[in-house]
Write a protein that binds this ligand. Structure first.
Ligand code: ATP
Length: 266
């Protein structure tokens, strides 16, 4: 019973309240394929500037979650909000990309016949309208941005090299560089170190940590490689059967009996 003398506060209702201060807010997100729930009331909140790793066994729903965020898949139910109040479920893939959400798929998709520099130049252009692209001239500032990005992703000495001749790891870095050219506010990286050598994996962890230090963008990294997840040292979200099973430091989730059962019980 409420005490009559106690002052009451009118709380505004709706997802906007809980999403306050977040860059990405998923709540109760469900996706079904022919009755099978790939996502089952999934909830996840990401703070601006946060680096988050997502792990989970095959089929846990990691890719489907990325598909929902980027507008490739529409959820049956649930809230998907960007920057507190932009409803991503109402936008198509290109509108979502324009908002500043970039995705890197597991397989590198660079333009193999173009040079490393030209790939980054193209990434700048695709940020613009078609008309502006036709008359595109690289300004001094943009050339500097490309140079800084080349440096950052460790490809400064490969600027004139054909992208097709790069190693697998270097192609992945180039693609991350292409996302950086577009000033994305949220980067989704799907298994960035799959197929990399140990040295490339270490360099990628350093690159991601360097990007996270800016605090100007948030990063979501989906990864199976636990050593790499440990190197990132970020909060870990464990997905299982389309929902969050556990969340916390890597040590905490690895010690969680539910997580142990899901990973070892297979
Ligand atoms: N288009 C689709 N049609 C039917 N089922 C699908 C479709 N996409 C995904 N699924 C199913 O949904 C479940 C979740 O798949 P998802 O690819 O999101 O998992 P994942 O965690 O990314 O797995 P992995 O680590 O193997 O990439 C799987 O059982 C998958 O078979």
């Amino acid at each position: 019973m409420l005490d009559d003398a106690m002052p009451t506060i009118d709380m505004p209702a709706g997802p906007g309240v809980l999403a306050a201060g977040s860059i990405l807010y998923l709540d109760g997100v469900t996706v079904s394929f022919d009755g099978f729930r790939a996502l089952n009331s999934l909830s996840l909140v990401l703070a601006p500037g946060e680096l988050r790793t997502i792990v989970g066994p095959n089929g846990a729903g990691k890719t489907t979650m990325m598909d929902v965020i980027t507008g490739k898949t529409r959820p049956d139910k649930g809230d998907v909000l960007f920057d507190q109040n932009i409803d991503l479920t109402r936008l198509d893939e290109s509108a979502i990309a324009t908002l500043g959400i970039g995705r890197k798929f597991q397989k590198p998709t660079v333009f193999e016949h173009l040079s490393v520099f030209e790939n980054l130049e193209l990434a700048l252009k695709t940020n613009r309208s078609t008309l502006a692209t036709l008359f595109f001239r690289l300004s001094g500032q943009q050339a500097e941005q490309i140079a800084a990005t080349l440096q950052r992703v460790g490809l400064a000495d490969k600027a004139r090299q054909q992208a097709g001749s790069l190693s697998h790891g270097q192609k992945q870095w180039l693609e991350i560089g292409m996302l950086l050219m577009q000033d994305q506010r949220l980067l989704l990286l799907d298994e960035p170190v799959a197929g990399m050598t140990d040295a490339e994996t270490e360099a990628t962890a350093e690159l991601i940590l360097d990007l996270a230090r800016d605090k100007t963008r948030s990063l979501v990294v989906v990864e199976h490689d636990m050593e790499f997840v440990r190197a990132l040292g970020a909060k870990v979200t464990v997905l299982h059967e389309g929902s969050v099973l556990a969340e916390g430091s890597l040590d905490a989730v690895q010690a969680n009996p539910k997580v142990v059962e899901v990973y070892l019980g297979r």
